[in-house]
Design a protein around this ligand. Structure first.
Ligand code: PMP
Length: 388
């Protein structure tokens, strides 16, 4: 036994956190009803009331993803965990995967797939653009991959990827379709079954208005068949869907795989109830109208989108070109200091070139958009910019 060190200091006093209006690419502010749910008393992670709550979450995920597949669950971990789980379960060493890489999420997906020793084929297009169906078709028909990755909402460039026809294309060529919906689910239309999506993960802290830390997930029967016919085991214990599925009640009996993140799962139950009660169509319409409001205001200020083609623009994460001579970080700091407002800079291929504005979930209000426009006007004027 040693004396406890008096050199190592821990935190003291009650936690203090400033209030911020989070209008960057996420996390966005959580809905108060969700935060309230997270303060409820803990339950055991295998107690019957908690298992019933997990069943409610699975149903809520089916609605949010528009899938009747029973293979839904929450991954314990953030969007990166979702990406890694999908690759770990769907790929075996040497198998081909085509990764649509038009921003940082394609880059990261390629990095992860290589770690799982997949044969990675990167399909590229200039940042700020999405892939055409013909480009993807050509690559899939040529390479016949086991898996195709597309990001529906490429938040580093503010680009929306159309998924129309992609599922059918994959299935005609023996591939499965993997989609990242971290920044898009709840904000823009997504039809898991109708679009033939096989495996998909999303984000809790974006348009679903919950805390970071859990990841909505579903897979199709085809993806489940792929999982159960693997020749090699899943290399990750934490992300093995065979085991996770047993915890989430996909099969008879329940199995302790890990301790569910009890409080965050309460929050996601509430988030999914809000999505269902609001209705997806209402949510999509609200995001679209606010996107129109944002761009009307920004264009009046002389600002322009980074994603030039309107069909490519992602309503939930907007990328705005930084005009010549403007200090983008200076503006971010200015509006944070004056308005408690988060405006983010670029990421990956858009770093230093854009600001990014999120319109997501609880934060998607006309008042917040008006504040963003006013803050841009003020911030730009403070640097002597009075329009292009
Ligand atoms: N995919 C996309 C499209 C994202 O926007 C993000 C987060 N910005 C991620 C994946 C990774 O999510 P997380 O930071 O929650 O791990």
């Amino acid at each position: 036994v040693f004396p406890v060190s008096d050199k190592i200091k821990g935190p003291q006093g009650v936690i203090k956190v400033p209030y911020r209006i989070l209008m960057g690419p996420g996390p966005s502010n959580a809905h108060p009803r969700i935060l309230a749910a997270q303060t409820l008393p803990l339950l055991g992670h295998l107690h019957p009331p908690f298992l019933a709550l997990m069943d409610e979450i699975k149903a809520g995920l089916q609605y949010a993803f528009q899938t009747e597949s029973k293979y839904t669950l929450l991954i314990s971990g953030t969007g990166h965990a979702g990406m890694e789980l999908c690759l770990a379960n769907m790929l075996e060493p040497g198998q081909k995967v085509i990764i649509g890489n038009n921003g940082i999420w394609g880059e990261r997906c390629a990095d992860m797939a290589k770690r799982y020793e997949a044969n990675v084929i990167e399909l590229k297009c200039p940042p700020g653009q999405s892939f055409t169906f013909e480009e993807v078709k050509k690559a899939v028909e040529e390479h016949k991959p086991a898996l195709l990755f597309l990001c529906q909402g490429e938040s580093s460039t503010g680009v929306q990827q159309s998924l129309a026809g992609m599922g059918e294309l994959c299935h005609q060529n023996g591939a499965l379709l993997l989609v990242d919906t971290v920044c898009s689910l709840g904000a823009v239309p997504f039809f898991g079954d109708a679009w033939g999506v096989d495996i998909c993960y999303s984000g809790s802290q974006k348009a679903l208005s919950a805390s970071p830390g859990t990841t909505p997930f579903f897979m199709s029967q085809k993806a489940h068949d792929r999982l159960t016919s693997r020749k090699t085991g899943v290399h990750s214990y934490n992300y093995d869907l065979n085991l996770l599925g047993k915890y989430w009640g996909w099969y008879e009996g329940r199995f302790y795989h890990h301790t569910g993140i009890v409080s965050l799962w309460y929050g996601m139950r509430e988030a999914l109830a809000i999505v269902y009660e609001t209705g997806l169509e209402t949510m999509w319409k609200r995001h679209r109208e606010l996107y129109d409001q944002l761009w009307e205001g920004l264009r009046d200020l002389g600002l322009e989108p980074f994603a030039e083609n309107p069909a490519d623009q992602l309503p939930s994460v907007n990328t705005i070109k930084v005009p010549e001579g403007i200090d983008w970080l200076g503006l971010n700091n200015y509006v944070m200091g004056k308005y408690n407002l988060e405006i983010a800079g670029g990421l990956g291929p858009s770093a230093g070139k854009v600001w990014r504005i999120g319109i997501m979930g609880f934060n998607a209000t006309a008042a917040n958009i008006a504040l963003v426009i006013a803050a841009f006007k003020d911030g730009l004027q403070s640097q002597g910019f009075h329009g292009a």
